[in-house]
Design a protein around this ligand. Structure first.
Ligand SMILES: Cc1cc2nc3c(=O)[nH]c(=O)nc-3n(C[C@H](O)[C@H](O)[C@H](O)COP(=O)(O)OP(=O)(O)OC[C@H]3O[C@@H](n4cnc5c(N)ncnc54)[C@H](O)[C@@H]3O)c2cc1C
Length: 278
């Protein structure tokens, strides 16, 4: 899985499936035994895959579900394999928004829906009206936003499902401009290690605080286990310096949690999803 994650880490999946069409996906799911675990991934920018890999099937939307279409004046259907950057650029080109906040999030819309990804004061589900989902039998349905529990980097699903697309409120009232995109990009370049192999923020910010500040004030910037280190530029980022294992990263996550807990009595919660077998 290493080549499918932004950390460049992870053992093999038993089976890796990259659908080419909805029909192919539905027919594939109908052949899978109910006991076989299924894991969906988008761009792998928010997952740590453990070193012994993933049992069962991994379904990737990296080169699938790439459409964006206008439904009505204020509503667009965005498929799950569209990247957040592609959506931001589409909105800029078509003079609609607000979508600039998506531009620096390197994942897919499927991942953004799962994580309620956000930045600069906006979150994915702020824009969502309804989602199109598929279940493990290959049945497709449409579900209103109100059926989901939505919170900061957390989405509670009404049942086991995966996202195929969503309808989003986007309009010319809140245009995404080139200047917006450049400004947000410049802010990120100043504060985040964008040229290194990371997974973005490792921990969620605890209420009223910043995980990065707590880790930095604990003196952990640059702290290293194996080939994984806490970024010198942003303490909530862990860098794979080359050849790091998932074990290195997980140990570093545990270490940072323990130190912050000891210093501030705050239990940091990982934002990154840790999956697979050690
Ligand atoms: C440099 C950098 C900067 C980042 N900045 C931000 C930021 O500003 N804000 C932010 O919120 N995040 C940020 N992230 C984290 C990450 O990009 C987001 O969480 C992104 O939305 C994840 O999308 P993905 O396609 O990579 O998801 P993946 O990592 O592939 O998957 C994440 C989760 O979503 C599930 N999933 C993926 N696709 C589907 C689907 N179609 N249906 C159901 N489940 C699915 C996976 O099973 C997994 O549980 C950053 C990451 C990096 C590397």
């Amino acid at each position: 899985m290493a080549k499918h994650t932004s950390w460049g880490i992870g053992g093999y999946a038993d089976l890796f499936y990259s659908p080419k069409s909805r029909e192919g996906l539905v027919s594939f799911l109908s052949t899978i035994d109910a006991n076989v675990p299924i894991t969906w991934i988008g761009k792998g920018t928010n997952i740590l895959v453990r070193d012994a890999g993933i049992r069962g099937v991994v379904i990737s939307t990296k080169s699938f579900l790439k459409g964006i279409e206008k439904i009505s004046e204020y509503l667009y259907r965005v498929e799950a394999g569209v990247t957040s950057l592609e959506l931001a650029l589409f909105c800029q080109k078509n003079g609609i928004g607000p979508a600039a906040f998506f531009s620096g999030i390197p994942g897919s819309i499927g991942g953004a829906l799962t994580m309620n990804a956000g930045s600069f004061g906006m979150e994915t589900w702020d824009l969502v009206k309804e989602v199109e989902v598929i279940n493990s039998k290959g049945n497709i349905s449409f579900i209103e936003k109100e059926s989901f529990g939505i919170a900061y980097r957390t989405v509670t699903l009404p049942f086991r499902l995966w996202f195929l697309s969503c309808s989003m409120f986007l309009s010319s009232d809140e245009k995404t401009t080139k200047d917006n995109l450049i400004e947000l990009r410049n802010q990120r370049i100043k504060t985040q290690p964008l040229s290194e192999d990371t997974c973005g923020s490792v921990f969620k910010n605890p209420p009223g605080n910043f995980a990065g500040a707590l880790i930095e004030e604990s003196g952990l910037k640059g702290f290293k286990i194996g080939s994984a280190s806490i970024s010198e530029q942003h303490a909530n980022f862990i860098v794979n310096e080359g050849g790091a294992t998932a074990r290195d990263i997980e140990d570093l996550i545990q270490h940072a949690r323990q130190v912050v807990k000891k210093n501030y009595d705050i239990d940091l919660q990982p934002e990154v999803r840790i999956i697979g077998e050690a």
